[in-house]
Design a protein around this ligand. Structure first.
Ligand SMILES: Nc1ncnc2c1ncn2[C@@H]1O[C@H](COP(=O)(O)OP(=O)(O)OP(=O)(O)O)[C@@H](O)[C@H]1O
Ligand SMILES: CC(C)(CO)[C@@H](O)C(=O)NCCC(=O)O
Ligand SMILES: [K+]
Length: 256
């Protein structure tokens, strides 16, 4: 069985793949100081809680935080006796090479999203991922990651308002009933909610104008369903896209 690890700047997600389906998905906050032993204590407690019969033979890691990779490597080695495949390292082959500026370090999560979305939908795609950042990953007709857009994440924008303006509270994003807010909370929610709807629509429209073929849009990340309530932003929403991409890259590297 494969343990797929997606380490973002805010959260780290572990999923166990038995070759057919994900048996479970575990989420923790990302901390570079977490040791291999701490990962295992957390992991084994939850696996036991869910009563899953697991036999991990392989580990694949995508990490947007370089510092956590060391402890995750030790975790894989010590507890599963395996050398993990780390997306973005030379020994990890991608199904299709990215076409970006020489020397550019593309976030591994974006490469993984591109591989997962291409496997499910074929080429000419825009993947919109609402994580710590809101990213747009453009997938060419042949499946290559060919670039995209990095915008501030929704929760980051809300946090920035709260941090910079003394009278603005900390709030969570929801879909407001109206655009014109009658109180501070509604005004902030409107700015962020309708602001991101405009951002996603505007950027996708411009990407489409720059691309040479019709494109479909795949939404992913925790907040994608919320924003889809406000407008028909996506052709499809997939909450497991990054995890699926990790299984695709693992399978590609296991061939032959
Ligand atoms: N209605 C909601 N309001 C606020 N937050 C939400 C809502 N629905 C989901 N979320 C948040 O979305 C997040 C899940 O998003 P996702 O895993 O895509 O990104 P992340 O973990 O925040 O970012 P990264 O992957 O960069 O670490 C969770 O932190 C969850 O709390
Ligand atoms: C943009 C984020 C933070 C999104 O998780 C991550 O993909 C990243 O750190 N990227 C590095 C730069 C790039 O992707 O071009
Ligand atoms: K993510």
């Amino acid at each position: 069985m494969l343990l797929a690890i997606d380490c973002g700047n805010t959260n780290t997600v572990f999923s166990i793949w038995n070759g057919t389906e994900f048996l479970c998905t575990l989420r923790t906050s990302t901390h570079h100081a977490r040791t291999a032993d701490a990962y295992f204590t957390w992991y084994s407690t939850l696996v036991k809680h869910y009563g899953i019969d697991v036999d991990i033979t392989d580990v694949i890691i995508s990490s947007t935080v370089p510092r956590v990779v060391f402890n995750l490597r030790v975790f894989a080695d010590r507890f599963f006796g395996c050398r993990p495949l780390v997306v973005g390292k030379p020994e990890c082959d991608l199904p299709v090479e990215p076409r970006v500026d020489e020397g550019t370090q593309v976030g591994p999560d974006r490469l993984v999203n591109a591989a997962g979305a291409y496997d499910r939908h074929g080429g000419d795609l825009i993947v919109v991922d609402f994580g710590t950042a809101t990213t747009f990953d453009v997938v060419a007709g042949d499946g290559a990651y060919i670039g995209g857009v990095i915008a501030p994440g929704v929760n980051l924008s809300l946090e920035a308002l709260h941090t910079a303006a003394a009278a603005l509270p900390h709030i969570d994003v929801t879909m407001p009933q109206h655009v014109i807010g009658k109180n501070t909370l509604d005004c902030m929610q409107s700015g962020v909610f309708w602001g991101y709807i405009g951002l996603v629509n505007g950027i996708c429209e411009r990407i489409r104008a720059e691309h040479d073929a019709p494109m479909r849009i795949v939404g992913t990340g925790g907040l994608a369903p919320l924003f889809a309530q406000g407008d028909a932003l996506f052709d499809v929403i997939e909450d497991d896209l990054t995890m699926h991409g990790l299984t695709v890259i693992h399978a590609h590297n296991s061939k032959g």
